[in-house]
Design a protein around this ligand. Structure first.
Ligand SMILES: [Zn+2]
Length: 322
């Protein structure tokens, strides 16, 4: 007798019945760039990420309302300040763009939208690195103080989840302690546990104006050849108190997503980064790929690999299809 797997593929109904992985709106988180250099109601397109924008405060709030209405459960905010210095001082400004958007969105939408804020120094530093520098060295422990203060500032504004993306050692524990000591025990931490030093972040750095002014990020972000090291990073972050973890980028690191899901007992997210977005948009613009089908297949592959949720620049659009 010949075994015939094709019997389960013979029409759409049977394929629907036996499909193992489905993508839903509840899987999606939309990144939003808040630019303090724009007027409140302005938005400006990001050239290297067609279809994406940087938003002034009020237009970011409006965008969040639309996203919530479409059924997307959450947004993650990134800030672009008017002033940068060596210590990322503007990141803790209580009147900063991100802080304002957090408090306005929470006032308007309450629990109808999860507001996540990326916690890092690089968008706010003159040198573009994710920590304090001494010469060309990125100092770990000194940086933790500042990351704790940034997380606290977002917590005071009303954020639901803080998402440290810097890859300094010990930052999850530091942030957890600072939040708890200040009465924010219900603010969650989504750590970028396995974040690789990837060339796929290129378009984001345009968007967030966060390109390092010297050197690269290889002394703190992970080496692309390593997977066992990801286990170490993930286990450490969970031990330090991470409520959710992220693997970044997603598509070139699906093996890491799969492994993260296998070894951890907290929800795992995949961050489908700017380069993943822009390469598909560019190929679609040239007519080389069927845009919608490739986007769906890409996001489904991240979920199939094990992601419980996906941060994606397509979240708003895909929510309309699902
Ligand atoms: Zn950073």
């Amino acid at each position: 007798m010949l075994i015939r797997p094709r019997r389960l593929r013979k029409n759409q109904k049977i394929r629907d019945l036996v499909r193992e992985t489905v993508l839903t709106k509840n899987d999606l988180i939309m990144p939003i760039f808040v630019d303090e250099n724009l007027k409140n109601n302005e938005k400006t397109p990001i050239t290297s990420m067609p279809g994406q924008f940087r938003y002034g405060v009020d237009s970011a709030v409006k965008e969040c309302v639309e996203i919530s209405k479409l059924g997307v459960p959450g947004v993650i905010l990134f800030g672009i300040p008017t002033e940068k210095d060596e210590f990322a001082n503007s990141a803790v400004n209580e009147n900063g763009g991100v802080q304002k958007v957090i408090s306005k969105v929470k006032a308007e939408l309450g629990d109808d939208l999860l507001v996540i804020a990326d916690v890092c120094m690089c968008e706010y530093t003159s040198h573009g690195h994710c920590g304090i520098i001494k010469g060309e060295e990125i100092l770990n422990d000194e940086t933790l103080e500042i990351l704790g203060n940034i997380a606290l500032s977002y917590a005071k504004a009303g954020v639901d989840i803080v998402a440290p993306s810097d890859m300094m050692d010990g930052r999850v524990l530091k942030i957890r302690n600072v939040l708890d000591e200040n009465g924010f025990k219900n603010v969650s931490i989504m750590s970028y546990a396995a974040k690789y030093a990837s060339a796929f972040y290129g378009p984001f750095r345009d968007a967030a104006e966060s390109t390092p002014q010297f050197g690269d990020r290889k002394s703190y972000q992970m080496d692309m050849g390593n997977s066992r090291e990801a286990i170490k990073e993930i286990e450490l972050d969970i031990k330090e108190g991470a409520d959710l973890i992220l693997v970044k980028p997603a598509l070139p690191y699906l093996d890491i997503v799969k492994m993260a899901k296998k070894i951890s007992n907290v929800p795992v997210g995949g961050y489908c980064v700017s380069g993943e977005y822009s390469m598909i948009e560019a190929a679609a613009e040239k007519g080389w790929l069927d845009r919608e089908k490739v986007i769906y297949e890409t996001l489904l592959s991240i979920k199939r690999a094990g992601a419980d949720f996906i941060i994606t620049y397509w979240a708003k659009e895909v929510a309309k299809w699902l």
